[in-house]
Design a protein around this ligand. Structure first.
Ligand code: ZN
Length: 192
């Protein structure tokens, strides 16, 4: 997995593809599957730490539902407290409606899409297919030249580096527009 917050830039880009997508739901969804990682360490240490929420089945159900709830009830209070964004605008952006639910789902899927190429096992088709049978394509591409584990480290580093660069670009562009944190956390809205 890319370090969890590094899923943000991809979610932000997706938000630019359609005006009706809800940035807060995309952002929460993009990090949601990783909440299972510490839980797996603590409660199921014999199993892979990416499993249920990194599968299509778990992502489309539990992770999407959790994203809807966290976006609706936690996003506005947390982001308004930390970044000083108007609470009314945040609450307005986080209302539950069909586009917010769709954005939650898309955000969660964006997590799986970003994890997939660089991860050395992928539970996307769990429980039908063993996660260890699905190696990320970026690793397979690099493996002949570098060997498996070095290929994994390179694939992981490339993913991290591209997300960090993308995030910096996003921050610079939003800063130049003014109202940086509003656009970073709320996105477009009728009141912006
Ligand atoms: Zn992940």
């Amino acid at each position: 997995m890319p370090v969890t917050p590094l899923h943000y830039p991809f979610a932000f880009l997706i938000s630019k593809s359609n005006k009706r997508l809800i940035l807060p739901a995309l952002v929460v969804g993009s990090v949601m599957p990783d909440i299972e990682v510490p839980l797996m360490w603590i409660f199921f240490s014999s199993l892979p730490d990416h499993l249920f929420l990194h599968s299509f089945i778990g992502a489309a159900t539990v992770a999407t539902l959790l994203t809807v709830l966290v976006t609706r009830f936690l996003y506005a209070p947390i982001i308004s407290t930390i970044f000083g964004i108007d609470r009314v605008d945040l609450d307005d952006a986080c209302k539950i409606n069909p586009w917010m639910v769709a954005s939650s789902f898309i955000g969660v899927m964006s997590h799986l899409v970003l994890d997939f190429p660089m991860h050395w096992y992928n539970p996307i088709l769990w429980p039908m297919v063993d996660p260890f049978d699905i190696v990320g394509p970026l690793i397979l591409l690099l493996e002949p030249s570098f060997g498996f584990w070095t290929a994994y480290i390179i694939a992981s580093s490339l993913t991290h580096a591209s997300m960090i660069i993308l995030w910096i670009v996003i921050l610079v562009v939003l800063y130049s527009k003014g109202n940086l944190w509003y656009h970073h956390w709320v996105g477009r809205s009728s009141t912006a």
